[in-house]
Design a protein around this ligand. Structure first.
Ligand code: PLP
Length: 404
């Protein structure tokens, strides 16, 4: 094979493959080599898409709904989004305030493309979802990472926000419930951030609420839209059907917010994919307004796994998990393992060393905290069956006991 003469654009040279995609690829490789790996890297529900949602997709195919749709989605999907957001935010979004795309990921990417000029800054509290910084870089912006502290419950404080804002700040990105920490911002915490934002009218807010249906608290996560209606003229709410409805492969996400950015995203969408799949749109409309029993049932299953995992993690010396209120991940502080020596004589110096040690010694795959901007931590997913979680954490416990 001859060497490629292709040179990626400078924009692309600034970004890297998502560490979670890379971890998943590594697990696949090891499994192909015949290793039995307990995989706790997964970022998607292990459940199947509910039958009533699949049925809506079959109906759409049979009814000939197989053509391009409007850029901002079918009227049915927009109405379903409106009803769903009406329930969770208390606000009625107009058609001009709703956009749809091939997953929340694509919508966030287009939001940055729609708004960032070279050098514009985007404040991203760490730990963060792995894709935000690279999406910002890919669109010529500068990610400004603000590391949160244990003392502040691993959430961005008003003081930190104020200190991070500069003349170049364009966005604050808030992910609640968070991937990887599962933390959820309370109304009070949002209000405190809102007070700062009120003083900086140039700063917009993107709330990534993709895990909002998956919560372990009595009431749903506080909605930025509901808590801070005065900031609606510079807010974009992103959500999608991937996580709540086990529809990651259908690639359907949406955003709702200020009409100017929504129409700019639509303009970009019209020149990129024209619209998301018409069939996925029909399925998503059913997901959002059809029966929701499967969502609640699955949250209860996640809760049982979460509780069991927390119980097991709590007994492993050197590990200190953050208790997640939402999503399906546990972010674990592994400072207590740093400096320990493996049987083979290797000293664990970083969280990457810890995750490699788990992989090599316990056959357990997790993702190192450095991928999420904070160390030393690792993220384990509990979007996998209880048996795998128990076997994995049992194995990690044994491996850790051997460290000196
Ligand atoms: N936001 C967060 C925090 C995520 O974890 C993910 C997926 O992992 C997404 C957005 C994107 O989801 P999708 O593009 O499947 O809608």
């Amino acid at each position: 094979m001859t060497a490629s003469t292709f040179t990626p654009s400078a924009r692309v040279q600034r970004i890297r493959q998502s560490p979670s995609t890379a971890a998943a690829a590594r697990v696949r490789e090891l499994k192909a080599e015949g290793r039995c790996i307990h995989d706790l890297t997964v970022g998607e529900p292990d459940f199947d898409t509910p039958d009533h949602i699949k049925a809506a997709a079959f109906r759409a195919i049979e009814a000939g709904e197989t053509k391009y749709t409007a850029v901002n989605g079918t009227p049915q999907l927009r109405e379903a989004i409106r009803r769903r957001l009406g329930r969770t935010t208390g606000r009625t979004f107009s058609d001009a305030e709703i956009t749809v795309g091939g997953g929340g990921k694509q919508v966030i990417f287009l939001a940055f493309m729609a708004s960032l000029d070279p050098g514009d800054e985007v404040i991203i509290p760490a730990p963060y979802w792995v894709s935000y910084p690279d999406m910002v870089r890919a669109n010529d912006g500068e990610p400004v990472i603000v590391e949160t502290s244990r003392a502040d419950g691993h959430k961005l404080t008003a003081k930190q926000l104020e200190a991070a804002i500069t003349e170049r700040t364009r966005w604050l990105v808030l992910n609640t419930p968070s991937n990887p920490s599962g933390l959820v911002y309370s109304s009070k915490e949002l209000e405190a951030l809102g007070e700062v934002l009120a003083r900086y009218p140039r700063v917009w807010v993107l709330t990534d609420e993709i895990y909002d249906e998956i919560h372990y608290t009595a009431s749903p996560p506080a909605s930025f839209t509901r808590v801070l209606p005065q900031l609606q003229d510079r807010h974009l709410l992103v959500n999608g059907v991937s996580k709540s409805y086990a529809m990651t492969g259908w690639r359907l996400g949406y955003a709702a917010g200020e009409a100017g950015i929504v129409s700019t995203i639509n303009l970009l969408q019209s020149q990129t994919s024209s619209c998301p799949s018409s069939i996925s749109q029909a399925a998503a409309a059913e997901a959002l307004v059809g029966e929701q029993d499967s969502v609640w049932e699955r949250v209860e299953i996640y809760r049982a796994r979460r509780d069991r995992a927390l119980d097991m993690l709590g007994k492993i010396p050197g590990l200190d998990p953050i208790v997640p209120d939402g999503a399906f991940y546990i972010y674990v502080d592994c400072q207590g393992l740093i400096g320990k020596r493996t049987r083979a004589g290797k000293v664990l110096e970083t969280d990457q060393d810890v995750t490699l040690f788990f992989l090599e010694t316990a056959n357990v795959a997790v993702i190192q905290g450095s991928a999420y901007g904070t160390s030393p931590f690792f993220r384990m997913s509990f979007a996998t069956d209880l048996g795998t979680i128990e076997a994995a954490l049992g194995s990690v416990h044994e491996a850790v006991e051997e460290l000196v």
